[in-house]
Design a protein around this ligand. Structure first.
Ligand SMILES: Nc1ncnc2c1ncn2[C@@H]1O[C@H](COP(=O)(O)OP(=O)(O)OP(=O)(O)O)[C@@H](O)[C@H]1O
Length: 249
């Protein structure tokens, strides 16, 4: 495998980050395909969140390479990585509660980056159409004019996914997207993720193995900053090492 030109959307090679000598991510390599849903699992402190922080530029790598469509991300700033097409959703929703679903989506449209920009922003046909499409996709079409603070927890998570989708990222990273969701909402989210990956790749951090099995094309099990196992959900569930350090607890 060459570290230069690859067909992968994301190629992570030899990635290491050291915090005061402690290697939270340790010589990690993995590759994500186009249209793939990759799920990262592992015990607390395995380095899952740190891997996403490294990819989105929030944390700087000590060593190694992260290539997104063959562009090196480790030297880029967070906003440049967003512009290159990598979207990241954190665990806590960062929506504007007093704005409607429509307004939250509208201000996330790439041309209306700031709240101020959104106020003077002309709601032209392209934006309206895009907001409509996304609202439909995230199950909020009938709630377009509802203030975001009145949405259920699950609906807020979908709205935030929608705010990322409207920027049309080629890689979307989600940290525990179904935490706190009802069974019905989880099912809808699985369906949403599958539809999303028709046009892009998704990396999800998830603990719920049933949900993992439902969505994952491939699962990467992290332990102490390294890969413990990688394969289909079925394969990793049967892996002795995975059972010992993760699933057995
Ligand atoms: N900025 C930092 N400085 C020092 N140590 C850090 C920093 N960020 C993370 N760590 C440490 O790195 C390790 C990996 O943390 P990380 O949050 O990536 O794990 P995780 O797999 O996401 O765990 P969880 O499932 O609990 O969220 C932990 O031991 C954590 O304390």
């Amino acid at each position: 495998m060459s570290a230069s030109n690859t067909d992968f959307v994301l190629a992570v090679e030899g990635l290491t980050v050291s915090f005061d000598g402690f290697k939270a991510v340790n010589d990690l390599s993995f590759y994500v395909d186009k249209n793939e849903i990759r799920v990262i699992v592992g015990p607390n402190g395995a380095g899952k969140t740190t891997v996403l922080d490294l990819i989105c530029g929030r944390t700087k790598a000590t060593d190694g390479s992260i290539k997104f469509r063959n562009r090196e991300l480790t030297k880029m700033k967070e906003h440049q990585i967003v512009r290159a097409g990598v979207g990241r959703k954190f665990q806590t929703p960062s929506i504007y509660g007093d704005l409607s679903v429509f307004e939250n989506l509208e201000i996330s449209f790439p041309r209306g980056r700031s709240v101020f920009g959104a106020l003077v922003f002309k709601r032209d046909a392209e934006v309206l159409q895009r907001v409509d499409e996304i609202a439909d996709m995230i199950f909020l079409k009938d709630l377009l004019h509802t203030p975001a603070e009145l949405l259920s927890h699950g609906q807020k998570q979908w709205l935030e996914i929608g705010m990322l989708l409207i920027q049309d990222p080629e890689l979307l990273m989600l940290d525990e997207p179904v935490a706190g969701m009802s069974v019905a909402e989880r099912r809808q989210t699985a369906d949403l993720l599958r539809r999303i990956t028709r046009d892009r790749s998704v990396i999800v951090i998830e603990h719920d193995m049933q949900f993992v099995a439902e969505i994952a094309d491939k699962v990467t099990v992290l332990h102490q900053g390294k890969i413990l196992a990688e394969g289909s959900a079925e394969e990793v569930k049967k892996d002795e090492k995975v059972i010992e350090v993760y699933l057995g607890h």
